[in-house]
Design a binder for this molecule. Sequence first.
Ligand SMILES: [Zn+2]
Ligand SMILES: [Zn+2]
Length: 246
Amino acid sequence: MQGIITAMKIVSTCRHWLFPASCLFCQQPLAGADHACCADCLADIHPWPIHHCYRCGKVLPPSLSPGPCGECLHQPPAYVSSTSLYQYRGAVRQAVLQWKRTGHDAAFRWLLTTADHVLRDCFHPDDLLLPIPMPLSRMRVSGMHHSADCCRLLAKRYGCQWQWQLLRRQGTQLRQSSLHAAQRQSNMRKAFTLNHDYLPAAGEFRRVWLIDDIITTGATMHYAARCLQRQGIACHAWALSHTPLD
Ligand SMILES: [Zn+2]
Ligand SMILES: [Zn+2]
């Protein structure tokens, strides 16, 4: 047994010598092999502030007691609540862009693993996860569907069900990232439809979640949730990251 342990230590040392560990975010070599993220990138990861409107996710001053923001009191979004893990900037933005451009998802997975304690409170085996569908034309070019990948991973980790055929994209929309806030609303107004063959039965799931990688204005989430709301299905919005509104 001692011989095996010694051999494993030698193999491990050689592996680290030949393939030194590097930061998952910036790829700089790391001093220790026990970490996946360098100190600079770690300092550049910003969780979504605790003080936010539970309904739309908008950041609120810490002095306000928990509750909806003024906008949601007046005109709430179609989703019941909003949960975002990180601010879409710095190392998180870099990780999402790397994942989208190259398909390398190690940093994205690490961000989820790091937030495991929060995710355990969110998701339950009786929940249904629905990815925000992306346009078929874009999926055919990239060969990837990020929100579906995210659903698959979350469903596997937390024992939920996920379903990609219920909510569907229709028509042609411009890229949301190329538009202003008002244009984003009208761009997504008719972007979604439902495949009624996959509608869940009433009370079949504890919660239905809409899953996306980034929330910016919330327009995409709102119109996707509205589609389900019209069929009597209340949805909760979940995103890996949320764009800070400076
Ligand atoms: Zn780094
Ligand atoms: Zn709000």
